[in-house]
Design a protein around this ligand. Structure first.
Ligand SMILES: Nc1nc2c(ncn2[C@@H]2O[C@H](COP(=O)(O)OP(=O)(O)OP(=O)(O)O)[C@@H](O)[C@H]2O)c(=O)[nH]1
Ligand SMILES: [Mg+2]
Length: 199
């Protein structure tokens, strides 16, 4: 399996400390605990590049990774952490709005959803936000290993209908490499089609 040379650039709790924009960026978004940090590790073929946690709400900042000087992965904080106070949820929105609307060269957004969950109003609000900023997004159904094999294809079709994305979603599991190559291909194509801020 190909692994990637990726390194931590910046942990940014607010827009004032975003790294200088340069390379095309791929943002990873989703509910708290959906598996964003785990997916980044799986894609990069690295065990502990991005910090993961069984406790939701771990990542409260945007974590930027440089991947081989070719593109940037941005691990966005999760939404919908039910015990987070209102003030913190407002903080989430401000940070994510600032990032998505920053005019940085965002090549695409990987939107993660737990394959077992039904979409709710928070998911719809996120998708509305992506639409508002005109960003291309790839749906990714996480934790596919939690579902019986026989139900996988049917569930993916059902989620495709429910989310109504421009393209079918990719089922992934961190226990193996299910979906890994499809997501990597999407990243490579999206970032190749986006000019970085420095041209
Ligand atoms: N079985 C299984 N567990 C997974 C998978 N992906 C993530 N998990 C588990 O789900 C939990 C949350 O994963 P994280 O990657 O930390 O989730 P996150 O979206 O980054 O969470 P926040 O940073 O809190 O927003 C961890 O206990 C992971 O081990 C998967 O594909 N299969
Ligand atoms: Mg995380």
């Amino acid at each position: 399996m190909r692994t990637y040379r990726a390194e931590l650039l910046t942990v940014a709790p607010h827009a004032g400390v975003f790294p200088a924009a340069g390379l095309p960026e791929i943002a990873v978004v989703g509910r708290s605990n959906a598996g964003k940090s785990t997916l980044i590790n799986m894609l990069m073929g690295r065990r502990a590049l991005a910090r993961t946690s069984a406790r939701p709400g771990k990542t409260r900042a945007i974590v930027f990774f440089d991947v081989e000087g070719r593109f940037v992965l941005a691990d966005l904080p999760g939404y919908g952490f039910s015990r987070a106070p209102k003030k913190e949820q407002a903080g989430w929105r401000r940070l994510v709005d600032a990032y998505l609307g920053s005019g940085r060269p965002i090549a695409g957004v990987i939107a993660l959803f737990d394959i077992r969950r039904e979409p709710d109003e928070l998911d719809r609000a996120l998708l509305a936000m992506l639409g508002r900023f005109g960003l291309a997004w790839l749906p990714v159904w996480t934790k596919a290993d939690k579902l019986a094999r026989s139900r996988l294809a049917g569930r993916c079709r059902q989620l495709d209908r429910l989310f109504g994305a421009a393209q079918p979603g990719v089922a992934v599991s961190s226990l193996g490499s299910l979906g890994r190559q499809a997501v990597l291909d999407w990243i490579e194509t999206s970032s190749a089609n986006t000019k970085g801020a420095r041209g």
